[in-house]
Design a protein. Structure first.
Length: 290
């Protein structure tokens, strides 16, 4: 017995006619009659009374009809559930922290290589804060995220990608521009421009200053590097910028970039939920990234 036979039986039961059911099913009447006969033979029960120009179900046929409808509906539900699961398994939701996205120079190339290898996978990407990336990974609404560490959740698997130093950008006319490198002590009284007030970078910055018995005097914040350059050029504050920002500086830009020796480097990771790590799709994706 298979679901095709059940569908054939249901069509015959509803139409009370082999001819009408065969027309509805787009098969031959002879083939339909044979299928029902084989079904009755397998069940060892008559399902229909066959009289001249008349077809009616037996008591067994009435009973079997209810079960056949139930089974086919359950089968359709099961197939729908599996189809939805298949679609979900072929969708990869990736979050990028705004504080690290520009630091990952080759990430687009790596994702494109993964897409060519897995054309069936739909990739959904979104920009988040570091904290939102971590929270959404925990909840399962993101499959993978690129974010700044450290991570507090025991549910998160983190793989190190890179780290970058923090630089101070200031005009050549600034009193600190003659130095080769700066320390937090040099910046205690300086108005500062930062790029990650809503991200972990700001928390790390405060920690570094607090270790020196100070607090960062942040007067502007923006995730747009060009805004940093413009404000720093006008001497409205010292821009604290991650290392990748230096590649965006125009050679003619009247700013000097100085490393800050006692500010901890920003560590960037690719993260996922630990129980997702065994998923073949994630494992394949990580091979292209790590």
């Amino acid at each position: 017995m298979d679901f095709k036979q059940l569908n054939y039986f249901i069509a015959v039961y509803k139409t009370a006619s082999f001819t009408a059911a065969a027309r509805q099913l787009h098969i031959s009447q002879q083939g339909l009659s044979k299928s029902i006969h084989n079904l009755e033979k397998e069940l060892e029960l008559p399902l229909f009374f066959r009289e001249k120009n008349h077809l009616s179900p037996t008591a067994f046929g009435d009973l079997f009809y209810k079960q056949a409808v139930y089974l086919t509906e359950e089968f359709q539900n099961a197939m729908a559930i599996l189809e939805n699961a298949k679609k979900a398994a072929s969708r990869l939701k990736i979050g990028f922290s705004a504080s690290v996205l520009n630091a990952l120079d080759d990430i687009e190339v790596s994702i494109q290589r993964f897409r060519k290898s897995h054309p069936e996978v739909l990739i959904e990407m979104s920009n988040e804060t570091d904290y939102a990336c971590e929270e959404r990974i925990e909840k399962g609404s993101l499959d993978i995220a690129f974010s700044m560490g450290p991570f507090s959740s025991p549910l998160i698997q983190a793989d190190f990608l890179m780290e970058e130093s923090i630089y101070a950008l200031l005009p050549h006319s600034h009193r600190l521009a003659a130095k080769e490198r700066l320390f937090i002590a040099d910046l205690r009284e300086e108005p500062l421009l930062t790029s990650d007030l809503k991200n972990k970078g700001h928390v790390l910055l405060k920690e570094d200053f607090q270790k020196q018995g100070a607090s960062p005097h942040v007067v502007f914040w923006s995730n747009d590097p060009q805004t940093h350059f413009r404000l720093a050029q006008k001497n409205l504050g010292v821009s604290l910028a991650p290392e990748h920002t230096l590649s965006l500086l125009n050679p003619d830009c009247p700013l000097k970039a100085l490393p800050i020796a006692d500010i901890q480097k920003r560590k960037i990771y690719v993260i996922c939920k630990k129980n997702n790590r065994a998923n073949p799709l994630f494992k394949s994706f990580l091979k292209f990234i790590l």
